[in-house]
Design a protein around this ligand. Sequence first.
Ligand code: F3S
Length: 285
Amino acid sequence: MNVTVAKSAGFCFGVRRAVDLVYEQTHIPGALYTYGPIIHNEEVVDDLEKKGVKVIQSADELDSLERGRVIIRSHGVGKDVQTQLEQAGFEVLDATCPFVKKIHRIVEEHSVAGDHIIIIGNPTHPEVQGICGWCDPEHTTVIETIQDAENFRLSEKKNLCIVSQTTYNNKKFKNLVEIIQNKGYYIAVCILNTICNATAERQAQTRELAKESDAMIVIGGSHSSNTQKLFEICKDECKNTYYIQTLEDLDPTELRGLGNVGITAGASTPNNIIEEVQKYVRNEL
Ligand code: F3S
């Protein structure tokens, strides 16, 4: 049996970097926290908890905590949160994805210059909330839907700076930008498509692999929307597609006698689970 794992299966570069940093830091004595769960994967968060890593849910908890190191996850945080942590005496280790950090720098520069900032994305997503925290709140608008774009108003003409949440959809971004531009509330407009292509790349590679495979195994949490999307893509190309969370969910009888098996995984699936599945399929079937 040939077993191929999609190159981009599992963590993207930014998440891997953040998770690796936390594991590295567990070897150093002293209180260690992450600001929010480092990743939406309970196994990883539980494993880190066993190694002594605690999760800070909000800045309100800071006073009661032993001082130590706080790791900022790949989504990033606003400038106020970072300052609050530092002023409270914590050592801040910033694992904000460099692609997100770049957006912080862009919006901060444009805000200081007096421009109005438009962030295309989901206003409740921590990444978007973090980006907002580098802008002047009086002159910032988050736009998520066509309705939001149509409702957008400014009382005076200003320079506009438009950026995007890194995981936003390219086509929707272009549509929303067009609606905003047609309103003409600007002197000049600076449009920065800050969408990261990690998700699109993972999906494209998965599709290619599914086309060549007799069976596909998709690994990821049952509530992970990006894993569900990978499952749909695989199902389109390969009818023997199986969605599992861990090796225990795999039914070996489904795969016996097949020639090519492909494996892909959602963005929050740790490498050790992917490797375990890969080894099992390669050696035991
Ligand atoms: Fe991941 Fe950073 Fe892109 S966290 S999805 S590589 S913006």
